[in-house]
Write a protein that binds this ligand. Structure first.
Ligand SMILES: NC(=O)c1ccc[n+]([C@@H]2O[C@H](COP(=O)([O-])OP(=O)(O)OC[C@H]3O[C@@H](n4cnc5c(N)ncnc54)[C@H](OP(=O)(O)O)[C@@H]3O)[C@@H](O)[C@H]2O)c1
Length: 442
């Protein structure tokens, strides 16, 4: 039987005058055309591990379940390493068929009904979709659900393609700095003091697997502040791009370790991400020696974006009273294969503040000096704790509006959901460097 394509049967949700944006929202992008929602959509489904995603038309439009949720028509999607690593290595896939896609820009077609929302129908928003277990919120579909506190209005100065690659990097960077390293952003555009926020709410509301990190990960006297050194190993990555900008806002001094032949000129000549010291990663022993010498063994904060080997090198570049083995291979490494944060190293208050190493893809497991604490980013705080999500999203809007945060570079685009498999193959072949690919849906 031939079925009439359901997507032509539309329900109108035209914007009414009552919903028109107040003057205060004029700085942000809005779509003034009629916004309508079809009865079904196309989505990109993963049916089995280690297979390509497949387009499915006639797929259900995800439904709103809470008054803080909104329905978004997806305009563009940023392609992330997790989008190919999860199916290839079989992690972070809670069910099959699965819908991936961790960040997007889209237009709100059903605004939240909760009172006092920042958001209106027609607003163009950036959504970092960190809640990977909720398929309604995935980006690889034409319509998606977001929470209001996870939605960031897009200023006119930033294109939807640029906006669609900002979210994951922003959330990772701000939580690494604000929670793992304890940076207080309250002096910067009324930014968040995340440690104070998470330590003032009922601890039972914090997810079990990140509670210890939030409450005990760093002591008050150890918090990173102006003038402290932050060593970023893998400083060319998209997450590093955002982290360095936020760290500079509070006056941290940044040492960035990269392949200088490949990234040196770009990074040292791009003002928002220019580090205080650029170090070549080619010879890790030399890089460690340069960092320890230049910082006078005083670098207490490290952020690794690459993996087990570089995290072990970074550990040896940080300040510690313990003499570390010369050979990084003596560090066995615990790989982070899930987003949740493993238990952090317990701390005892001591006269000398500890060093803190944050690993995006894993941290060393053995031979860890007592005065170095290891951390993974408690990413789920963004979608599980509304106070944190709202503080981050509202602050991000202000930073973008004032030009204090510049999105990473869009280094290529693919057409529609259909182009995503090809784009992810380019990521697999390591052809994407210095920014992200974007899938443009409409
Ligand atoms: N735990 C968390 O919550 C969390 C959050 C965000 C990201 N992550 C993970 O952190 C890492 C960095 O994320 P990102 O988004 O910043 O990375 P990214 O910008 O997408 O890539 C970083 C660099 O990785 C290299 N690269 C590209 N394709 C590769 C491949 N196929 N194999 C090996 N290396 C490749 C490139 O280096 P060159 O330019 O030098 O070639 C690229 O610049 C990723 O593994 C990501 O999955 C974890």
């Amino acid at each position: 039987m031939v079925q009439w394509p359901a997507k032509w049967r539309r329900r109108s949700v035209a914007i009414t005058p009552a919903e028109a944006a107040p003057a205060a929202t004029a700085d942000y992008q809005r779509r003034s055309e009629e916004l309508s929602v079809p009865d079904s959509q196309s989505a990109l489904l993963l049916h089995a591990i280690r297979t390509p995603y497949e387009i499915k038309s006639g797929h259900t439009i995800p439904s709103i379940q809470h008054d803080h949720e909104l329905l978004i028509r997806v305009n563009s999607v940023g392609l992330n390493p997790i989008d190919w690593k999860a199916p290839d290595f079989n992690f972070g896939i809670p069910e099959l068929p699965y819908i991936s896609g961790r960040e997007l820009v889209g237009t709100i077609v059903k605004a939240p009904t909760a009172p006092n929302s920042r958001l209106r129908n027609g607003d163009v928003v950036v959504v970092p979709s960190t809640d990977y277990r909720d398929l309604r919120k995935a980006a690889f579909q034409e319509y998606t659900i977001a929470s209001s506190f996870n939605s960031i209005r897009l200023p006119h100065s930033i294109s939807p393609e640029q906006g669609s690659i900002l979210g994951v990097a922003f959330v990772s960077a701000i939580l690494a700095l604000g929670i793992n390293m304890g940076v207080d952003f309250s002096a910067i555009e009324d930014g968040p003091d995340l440690l104070t926020i998470v330590r003032s709410i009922d601890p039972s509301r914090l997810p079990d697997d990140i509670r210890k990190e939030c409450l005990e990960g760093i002591a008050p006297e150890e918090r990173a502040k102006k003038g402290d050194f932050l060593v970023v190993w893998g400083g060319s990555s998209t997450c590093a791009h955002t982290l360095k900008q936020l760290a500079r806002l509070v006056g941290l001094r940044i040492v960035s370790v990269v392949d200088t032949a490949k990234h040196g000129l770009r990074l040292s000549s791009t003002e928002p991400v220019r580090p205080d010291l650029l170090v070549d990663a080619h010879d890790p022993e030399r890089a460690i020696a340069v960092i320890r010498s230049a910082t006078k063994n005083a670098a207490r904060f490290g952020f690794d974006t690459q993996g087990k080997d570089s995290a072990a090198h970074l550990l040896r570049a940080l300040a510690s009273k313990t003499a570390l083995p010369d050979d990084a291979s003596t560090f066995d490494v615990a790989k982070t294969v899930r987003l949740p944060t493993p238990p952090s190293t317990p701390h005892e208050t001591s006269a000398t503040p500890r060093s803190h190493l944050v690993g995006l893809t894993g941290v060393p497991k053995t031979n860890i000096p007592e005065d170095v604490a290891l951390h993974n980013v408690p990413i789920k705080l963004f979608h599980e704790i509304p106070e944190v999500g709202e503080a981050l999203s509202a602050w991000c809007e202000r930073l973008l509006l004032k030009g204090l945060l510049v999105p990473p570079d869009v280094v290529g685009t693919v057409e529609g959901l259909e182009g995503i498999n090809e784009g992810l193959d380019r990521l697999r072949r390591r052809e994407v460097s210095g920014g992200r690919l974007v899938a443009v849906l409409r």
